[in-house]
Design a protein around this ligand. Sequence first.
Ligand SMILES: [Fe+2]
Length: 407
Amino acid sequence: MSENSYCVEGVSLTRPFQIRRLGHFGINVASVDVALDFYSRLLGFEISDELDFGPRVPEAVKAQVGPTRGVFTRHGTDHHSFVLFPKRAVEASNPHYGPYPELTVNQITWQVSSLREVVDGFKWFSEQGLKILRSGRDTPGSNWHIYPADPDGHVNELYYGIEQIGWAGMSKPLAMHGIRYMQPPELPHRSEFSEVNAALEQGLALDGGYRRKMPLPETFDVGGVLLARPFKITKIGPVRIFVKDVNEALDFYQKTLGLSLTEEIIYEGHRCVFLRANTEHHSLAVYPIALRNVLGLTDNSSLFGFGVQLGSYAQLRDAIAFLTQAGLQFKELPQALFPGMGHHVWLSDPDGNLVQLYWEMEQIGWDGKPRPANLRRSWNADPTRWQAEISPQSDSYSGEVFLGPLN
Ligand SMILES: [Fe+2]
């Protein structure tokens, strides 16, 4: 066994943690309220908690940063899968953004499977001389975490144990938010169930947390359930970023974080790499920054795009009709830049961030090989020419499964 081998729950790995999936993602936006109209009213991310950045903003600039409310949103039972923070307030309160004027991503967040992996990961990053921006356990969300940044400043997060929101639809009450840590804990730590029991013994009511409002009528039949939109987000990602040096970024994401390289392409001379955390073809795609101008994209953000998976092909078609009726327009980008993906469309959010709606992602098996290009599904870029019914691929419904009811 090599010196660099770490025994993680009985298996020797090259680092003391193993990323399992993209857990959540976040961006800083000009107006959280305006972004919410797009991401919540139209796409269906539901608010699970709010966070006021006001107390973090220095007094001298408080009058200039505008509204300071940030929101945590979710599509399933994870407390948050997508967060929207107020750009000016975040930049005024967090010095990390200073050297990275194009940084609009506030986190690319990966789940590991144990608290020990977070704690040992913290030590490992320190031993390697790699910077951890923050560690401990924050609320809202209650997840234990460490925050390393990639060479272009994108803040990554590794976490264990995010709060789950169950049948009652309520987040933890504010009184539970007192349980915070500014550093990794001593192990073993008490369970969350034990924490809740202790709160009950102190007479704390558990039902005082944030619960989403339901202002929209539920009129669309989605698989037999009435929802406010004719589709349901069932998974987040992939995240696509632009970087100054693809090799350096690959070093970080592949060698440091341990993501697997699925595929590389050369697009008009530009090398683009696709990495996965689990069986999905990619949950992170890295593109050279020079490609941004080639594609005619705005030059003020290192975020290329953010994907959201919908429950089915039929839902994707219905989503396109629904969003078209809402006045949104779709943008076409070269399919070659998104290997492993079936039918999809691109939207711009109010800040100009690109959002990719899709239903099908190629899955990678034991041998780590992507599907040969000639066996991939071919599809028309124009959704008005999509057929009502198509044949499945061998892996159309494989991969991460949405748990629980659709609402
Ligand atoms: Fe996070």
